[in-house]
Design a binder for this molecule. Structure first.
Ligand code: AHM
Ligand code: MG
Length: 332
């Protein structure tokens, strides 16, 4: 049982979001409600992730999702938790999940429906069965097109720079939430005693350099020459390799410790594996807000125009100096 004084002056994520909203005088509170819905969903997901070894929820459902991957049971649970938690927020018009073929219109056109929420419900899902951290990623866009409900896909094909908010939760040794609304990156830890995300660090800064690289090096035989030369260089410079295979966890380490994460084009995935709207774009927003960089090797991720819902992109993200160095090799 935590001691009473422990909770004096506590800042929960809800309180923090309300404070942040004061930076936008025109805000109505609708946006706070959207983030609140996401926060609730992640608590529901976390409770199941923690029980994964106790109940019959790990393992595959026996279906293949839109990305051609085996659907894990927890993936499906997480997807439904987010859809339900956002379902009664009338300010959300469209939600789109990495797991689904099409976006869902959850409120037909009303004066209130102003936001689009995109999410990867359970990132790193192949790691579930082996007790390795998984996560949830989210991105919030504003509805701009007055006829949005006629063509919801068109409404959400926006550049990353248009994001109103982005964040992730890691279900790791503790449960941690990181978010940005364009005013820095802030992290919170879920306190299991009170069921609230409690402020851990405000305005997290990504170190500009750090001698760690993170990549699935087993695929390097099919990387372009520039990437291969960079990987040779890391050996000469005595870098360390860290690769978890859960983007959220690899990104979070890079955010705190510095270094670079890369998922280049491969023979199997010529455009890279990671999804533009559900993974690369929110991570790029967070990275830049923490002083880091994110590129596809040529173009800043936040300036790329997505052309379809499940677009993929190569991703190089991390501290400024490290990303710049990879780009120098790749451009040569
Ligand atoms: P997922 O969202 O289906 O779990 O897939 C995305 C994951 C990322 O978390 C991770 O960075 C990457 O796939 C790992 O891919 P690979 O196994 O090819 O290294
Ligand atoms: Mg993912």
């Amino acid at each position: 049982m935590a001691n009473k004084n422990h909770y004096e002056g506590i800042v929960t994520v809800q309180r923090h979001i309300i404070e942040q909203q004061k930076l936008h005088p025109e805000a109505t509170g609708a946006f706070t409600g959207v983030l609140d819905g996401i926060v609730l969903a992640t608590k529901i997901i976390e409770s199941q992730v923690r029980r994964a070894g106790l109940v019959d929820i790990i393992g595959a459902v026996g279906e293949v999702n839109v990305q051609g991957e085996i659907v894990q049971k927890l993936d499906r649970f997480a997807n439904q938790a987010i859809i339900r938690s956002l379902g009664y927020r009338t300010s959300v018009g469209i939600i789109a999940s990495e797991e689904d073929n099409e976006p869902r219109i959850i409120h037909p056109r009303t004066a209130d429906a102003r936001y689009i929420v995109l999410f990867d419900p359970l990132d790193g899902s192949s790691n579930i069965d082996v007790n390795i951290s998984v996560g949830t990623i989210f991105s919030v866009l504003r509805i701009k097109d007055p006829d949005w409900d006629k063509d919801p896909v068109k409404a959400l094909l926006q550049k990353g720079i248009e994001q109103q908010a982005a964040g992730y939760v890691i279900y790791g040794s503790s449960t941690l939430l990181a978010y940005t609304t364009g005013h820095g990156v802030h992290t919170f830890t879920l306190d299991p005693d009170i069921g609230a995300y409690v402020l851990r660090e405000e305005n997290v800064r990504m170190p500009e350099n750090g001698k760690t690289y993170s990549v699935n090096e087993a695929y390097s035989g099919t990387f372009a020459d520039g990437y291969r030369r960079y990987l040779e260089w890391t050996k000469q410079e005595k870098y360390s390799l860290r690769y978890i295979g859960t983007l959220v966890a690899d990104f979070h380490r890079t955010l705190l410790r510095g270094g670079v994460f890369l998922y280049p084009p491969t023979k199997k995935d010529p455009s890279g594996k990671l999804r533009m709207l559900y993974e690369a774009s929110p991570m790029a927003f967070l990275a830049e807000q923490a002083g880091g960089m994110a590129t596809d090797g040529k173009v800043r991720i936040l300036e790329k125009q997505p052309t379809k819902l499940h677009d993929r992109t190569p991703l190089i993200v991390g501290g400024r100096d490290e990303v710049q160095r990879v780009m120098n090799f790749v451009r040569e």
